[in-house]
Each structure stands twice: as structure tokens, then as C-alpha cells.
Ligand binder design. Structure first.
Ligand SMILES: CC(C)(COP(=O)(O)OP(=O)(O)OC[C@H]1O[C@@H](n2cnc3c(N)ncnc32)[C@H](O)[C@@H]1OP(=O)(O)O)[C@@H](O)C(=O)NCCC(=O)NCCS
Length: 174
């Protein structure tokens, strides 16, 4: 039995709207949308080939399925609009830094980028982490540094990813 099917407890409400007024993007729990896991598996395999691609150490589907919890880590979040997934992120232990909880697997579908979806996912991840009783949240990234500083995160160290790229670790005190 998959972890998604085991857990029928009440969801933690997740606030978050990325767009103004008439836009209907909402942040929801992955546990409520098992139907998107196949799509997200393909996105992960294509975006993070060294880790999730053929011969890599990661298993995208298994990681995504493990995130179907509602009130304990790991928890997956989705940006959804009209039953279509636009982006995702999860609260989990970061396999590179071992820091937990971290925002991991943050990915927005390319045609929907630069509209605030990652920001909405980060805001919801913070809110959920606080509700779960943690006082800090981490993320390691090569690209989102400026945005994270704007959102109140602080740089706390350096990291080298599997593909040898160097990134920074950020922490958010909650
Ligand atoms: C990084 C990513 C999640 C951002 O999603 P998004 O919904 O476009 O993010 P937002 O609209 O909330 O914020 C965009 C801001 O993030 C920063 N940003 C995003 N991608 C960036 C990049 N490649 N390089 C530098 N800054 C970047 C910029 O400040 C940007 O502001 P702008 O839209 O005014 O240019 C998305 O580009 C993506 O999925 N990339 C591939 C996977 C990845 O790199 N994930 C990050 C792991 S930490």
C-alpha cells in the first residue's frame, strides 16, 4: 500500500494565491492529488537528470509518493489551477545538506515561471513548517538567492550538488 493511500486524516489548511483577483491558482497538498504524480515524475527526471535520470541514484516517483503525508514530513505541496499542476515543492530532509526540514524539489512548469508561483509555494512551505512546530526552514539553491533574501531568508553556508554545481544554503527563522 502506498503512503498516500494510508493517510486519510484531515488536511492542514494551506493558504496561498500567487496571482491577483480573478486568478485561481491555489496551493494544495500532494496527498489530495495523486493524479499528478506521473506528470511530476517526468518533470523531475527531465529537470534533475544526474539525480533522477537513467542511472542516477534518485527515484522520482518513490520520492513524490513518499510526500503524500498531511501532518508529518515529508509533505508535498502543489500549485494547482483548474485541476492542472503548475508547480511543486516539498518539505523534507535535503539529501545534499541533510538539513531538515528543507524545501526540496521546487519546480515550476516553464511556461508558468516568473508569475510568483515559486514564491507562493515557499510562503506556504513556511506556513506549514511553522504549523508543524519547527522553528527553522532550510533550502539549498543555485538560482533563488536574491528572491530568498527579499523574502526574509538568510544565507547560512555553501553546498556542492551532485552535478558539482556550487550553491548556497538559506535559512528562514519562523
Ligand atoms: C526557480 C523556479 C522554481 C522559480 O519559479 P517561479 O515561479 O518562476 O519563481 P517566482 O515567479 O516566484 O520568482 C521568480 C524570481 O526568482 C528568481 N529566479 C528564478 N529563476 C531564476 C534563475 N534561473 N536565475 C536567477 N534568478 C531566478 C528571480 O528573482 C525571479 O524574479 P523575476 O520573475 O522578476 O525574474 C523555476 O524557475 C524552476 O522551476 N526552475 C527549474 C528548477 C529549479 O531551479 N528549482 C530551484 C531549486 S531551489
Amino acid at each position: 500500500m502506498r503512503s498516500c493511500e494510508r493517510n486519510n486524516r484531515r488536511p492542514i489548511p494551506i493558504p496561498g494565491r500567487a496571482f491577483d483577483n480573478e486568478d485561481s491558482m491555489v496551493i494544495e497538498l500532494m496527498s489530495d492529488h495523486l493524479e499528478v504524480i506521473t506528470t511530476l515524475t517526468e518533470w523531475y527526471q527531465s529537470e534533475w537528470k544526474p539525480y533522477y535520470g537513467k542511472g542516477g541514484p534518485g527515484n522520482a516517483r518513490a520520492d513524490l509518493e513518499s510526500r503524500c503525508n498531511r501532518d508529518e514530513l515529508p509533505i508535498g505541496l502543489l500549485a494547482m489551477e483548474d485541476n492542472q499542476v503548475l508547480g511543486t515543492a516539498a518539505l523534507d530532509r535535503d539529501v545534499t545538506t541533510s538539513l531538515t526540514p528543507s524545501v526540496v524539489g521546487l519546480l515550476v512548469e516553464p511556461t508558468y515561471r516568473h508569475r510568483g508561483i515559486a514564491t507562493a509555494l515557499l510562503n506556504s512551505a513556511e506556513d506549514l513548517t511553522r504549523r508543524l512546530g519547527y522553528q527553522r526552514l532550510y533550502i539549498s539553491t543555485t538560482v533563488l538567492g536574491e528572491k530568498l533574501i527579499q523574502l526574509g531568508w538568510e544565507a547560512t553556508g555553501e553546498v556542492r550538488f551532485l552535478n558539482a554545481e556550487r550553491g548556497s544554503v538559506y535559512v528562514r527563522d519562523l
